[in-house]
Structure formats: structure tokens, C-alpha cells
Design a protein around this ligand. Structure first.
Ligand code: NDP
Length: 397
């Protein structure tokens, strides 16, 4: 039994607290805090039974965070606000000696560049304070990292080639929308591609490398090599990897819109002066694009995210594919959100179970693949994200 403070009342936060609320034996007390308290209240009201307490917080402000943490006295702070808030929340956790968990690595607001170096720099401080930081506990990063750890533990003596494949074969009926926070999403998918090969990073132009890949129960989808944050920690934690890449599917329509958004300057992160007000184009864009949290109602189809691994077992080459398929409609029926929020929120809730049950509890800062994957994998099957395995197949890569 434990107390949690969840920060961020967006699509992911909605799933996290709903899933937690159902587990009364584990989550004794849940507080949901966010910049706009009315959003927390709406979520709490929908869940009912006074299960969720709510609070207003500016998570960019360490002092405010400290006051809130000292008032709530949680065992764990779960950060599902934006990556910009990672360091302020980690600072507040350090000062109040409370453990921390998130789903996305820190990214400075004024530079579209996510890296773990800022959060890994807290390693000694967290260790000395005797608290845990669990980094990247969504689906990717998160489940993909745990799938890799599970593959390495159970099916290989050495893993050599890793391809993380992320397919969203859903249709929300809009000409253009992002599946999670538009600002973060567009910053992520429009940057250069990057992958690991033979001990170094190779950079590509955005979407330069692509090929059709076949996804289970879905079929063939054009998949684009992009840089994704879990690659950075996975190549460090699995040094036998000769190559590690990340592929994501995009439709032609999505890419055309993205190109136009970039070409006309709407993806810009530098402020422009508009009628005397400083406006950051991508922040403004967020306000005119569909709210990802509202896509669920008409979203049909599936996501399919997994890891394709090649390596050696008992002196023989082996291939392995582990994946989860998640239905947008099923996710909506259960939580009122689409599958991207669902596939992020469920693993985040399971990460909190791992911490509260003291299975993933040690002083320091850790990426999820550094913990025992087995109990987490078991919970995925129990909480709506069952996984499938294929052995010795053509990985197409
Ligand atoms: P949303 O934009 O829907 O929600 C973000 C929430 O954080 C909003 O409620 C927002 O408040 C709140 N927030 C933003 N800034 C502050 C602040 N300074 N203080 C307090 N609250 C703040 O995002 P999502 O729910 O889609 O995503 C949440 C996180 O999950 C992101 O970090 C995203 O990168 C990550 N993610 C991870 C994935 C994974 O698989 N690992 C996949 C998808 C997302 P307000 O409503 O007032 O703006």
C-alpha cells in the first residue's frame, strides 16, 4: 500500500490515475496535480468515490513543488506533465527525499534536443538521498526497453541487433492530429534521424531512411527511421548491441502536413513578436490542432509496438520478435482515451506498482531496463497490454 502524487492531467495522466484508482489494495491515496486544476477535478469526478484528490501546481517551480510534496507526503511522485518539467520535479523530490518516476526524458524548452545526460547527472544525488528515480516508464521508452531486457535475459546469450518498431495503424478521421502533446510530438518526429552502429551514432536527415515493414494483424506499413530516446540508454545498458534503430510508421497525409507546418515556420521554437506579444509558433500551433485527448471517440484500428532482436543463443544465431497490439476503440471504451495515451499510462501505473511493492526500489537513477523485467511483464498481461512472441522468423530488417 502506498501514496502517489501524479503530476500532469493530460491524456496520459487520465489513464494513469484511472488505472491506479481501480487498485485499491496498492494505491491507498492518489493525488492528481496539474497546472489547470479544473482538468484534474474533471478526471477525479469521472472516477468518483472520492478516490482522487486534486491540486493546482506549477511544476516549473521547485518551491511550489516542495510545498505540495510536503503536504501530500507521497511515497512516489509520478511525472506525466511535459519533459520540460523533469528536472524541477527531480529537484523537488531530492529536497523532500521522495522517489520519482517519469515517461519521457528531459528536454530544454529552447532546444529541441532530448538527452539523458541531464537526468543521469542526478545519479549520485539520488543515491546519497536514498531515493529512486525510474526514468522512461511509458511504452516507448518503457515497455520497449523492458521487452529488450526480457529478450536479453530469457532468449539470448548476446543481443546484437535491435529494431524497435512502432506502428500506429489507427484512423482518427482528422486530416492532421498528433497522438500526444503536439508540441513534444512534432519536436520529436521532425528532428534528424539517428541510430547506433558499431560503437557510434549515425545521423540521417529527417525521414531519409524508410521501408515497408509488416505488423502483426495489421499488414505492411511504410516505416521511417527516427531517433528515439530509449536508444541512448539501451546501447549503454546492452553493450553487446552492434546496431540499434527505431522505426515509426507515418501516413503520407501526416508527412505532407508535417512538411508544410515546418516549411511555413509553424514548428519554430523561437518566439516571434505578434502584435506586441511574444508567441512561440509551435506552442500556438498546439492550440489550433485537435486535442490528442479528444481523438479517442472516433479512433479506430490498432497500435502495434515491439522489438525485433537478432543475436546468439547457445552458439547459434537467433531472431525474436516481441510486441503488443492495442486497440484504440478498446482503450477508449475503458478509459475515454486513445491507445497512445493508454499504452503510455498503463506501463506508468505498473512502474508505480513495481516501486510500491519494493520490486524496483534502489537508491539512484535508473532506466527501466536496469530492473528485473519479469514482474513488470506479468503485470502487462494483467492490466490490458498483453504481449506476444515470435521466434526464429524473418525480421525484415
Ligand atoms: P498532455 O499535453 O495531454 O498533458 C500534459 C499535462 O501536463 C497537461 O495537463 C498540462 O497542463 C500539464 N502541464 C504542462 N506544464 C505544466 C506545468 N508547468 N505544471 C503543471 N502541469 C503542467 O500530454 P500527454 O498526456 O499526451 O503526455 C504526457 C507525458 O507523457 C509527456 O511528457 C509525453 O512526452 C509523455 N509520453 C510518453 C510516451 C512514452 O511512450 N514513453 C508516449 C506519449 C507521451 P495544462 O492542461 O494546463 O496544459
Amino acid at each position: 500500500m502506498g501514496k502517489v502524487l501524479v503530476i500532469g492531467a493530460g491524456g496520459v495522466g487520465t489513464v494513469v490515475v484511472q488505472k491506479m484508482a481501480a487498485l485499491t489494495q496498492i494505491f491507498e491515496e492518489i493525488t492528481l496535480a496539474s497546472r489547470t486544476k479544473s482538468k484534474c477535478d474533471k478526471i477525479a469526478e469521472k472516477i468518483g468515490n472520492n478516490r482522487i484528490k486534486t491540486a493546482q501546481i506549477d511544476a516549473d517551480n521547485v518551491y511550489e513543488l516542495k510545498v505540495l510534496i510536503n503536504r501530500v507526503k507521497p511515497d512516489l511522485v509520478v511525472n506525466v506533465a511535459l519533459p520540460y518539467q523533469d528536472l524541477t520535479i527531480m529537484d523537488a523530490c531530492l529536497e523532500t527525499k521522495v522517489s520519482y518516476m517519469d515517461t519521457a526524458n528531459y528536454e530544454p524548452r529552447d532546444e529541441a534536443k532530448f538527452e539523458y545526460k541531464w537526468q543521469w547527472a542526478y545519479q549520485e544525488k539520488f543515491k546519497n538521498a536514498g531515493i529512486t528515480a525510474i526514468l522512461g516508464c511509458g511504452f516507448d521508452p518503457g515497455v520497449t526497453s523492458i521487452f529488450t531486457a526480457y529478450a536479453a535475459k530469457h532468449h539470448f546469450d548476446e543481443i546484437h541487433y535491435l529494431d524497435i518498431v512502432d506502428c500506429n495503424a489507427g484512423d482518427h478521421g482528422k486530416a492532421f492530429a498528433t497522438n500526444f502533446n503536439p508540441e513534444i510530438n512534432i519536436r520529436e518526429v521532425s528532428q534528424n534521424g539517428k541510430y547506433w552502429e558499431n560503437g557510434k551514432w549515425i545521423t540521417t536527415k529527417p525521414h531519409e531512411i524508410h521501408k515497408p515493414l509488416t505488423y502483426p494483424e495489421i499488414g505492411e506499413k511504410e516505416s521511417y527511421l527516427i531517433y528515439h530516446e530509449e536508444l541512448e540508454s539501451l546501447v549503454k545498458n546492452f553493450p553487446t548491441l552492434k546496431r540499434a534503430r527505431f522505426w515509426m510508421t507515418f501516413g503520407e497525409e501526416y508527412l505532407t502536413h508535417l512538411r508544410v507546418i515546418q516549411n511555413i515556420g509553424m514548428a519554430g521554437i523561437e518566439p516571434v513578436n505578434y502584435k506586441g506579444a511574444e508567441v512561440v509558433p509551435i506552442e500556438f500551433l498546439k492550440y489550433v490542432l485537435p486535442n490528442p485527448g479528444d481523438l479517442g471517440e472516433n479512433y479506430k484500428g490498432w497500435t502495434s509496438i515491439g522489438c525485433r532482436v537478432k543475436g546468439v543463443k547457445n552458439g547459434k544465431e537467433k531472431t525474436y520478435y516481441i510486441y503488443n497490439n492495442c486497440s484504440h476503440q478498446q482503450a477508449y471504451k475503458e478509459t475515454g482515451t486513445q491507445a497512445v495515451s493508454y499504452t503510455t499510462g498503463v506501463p506508468c501505473m505498473i512502474g508505480a506498482i513495481m516501486y510500491l511493492k519494493k520490486i524496483w526500489k534502489k537508491p539512484g537513477v535508473f532506466n527501466v531496463e536496469e530492473f528485473n523485467p519479469d514482474p513488470f511483464m506479468e503485470e502487462l498481461n494483467n492490466h490490458g497490454l498483453p504481449w506476444n512472441e515470435k521466434h526464429d522468423i524473418d525480421l525484415e530488417l
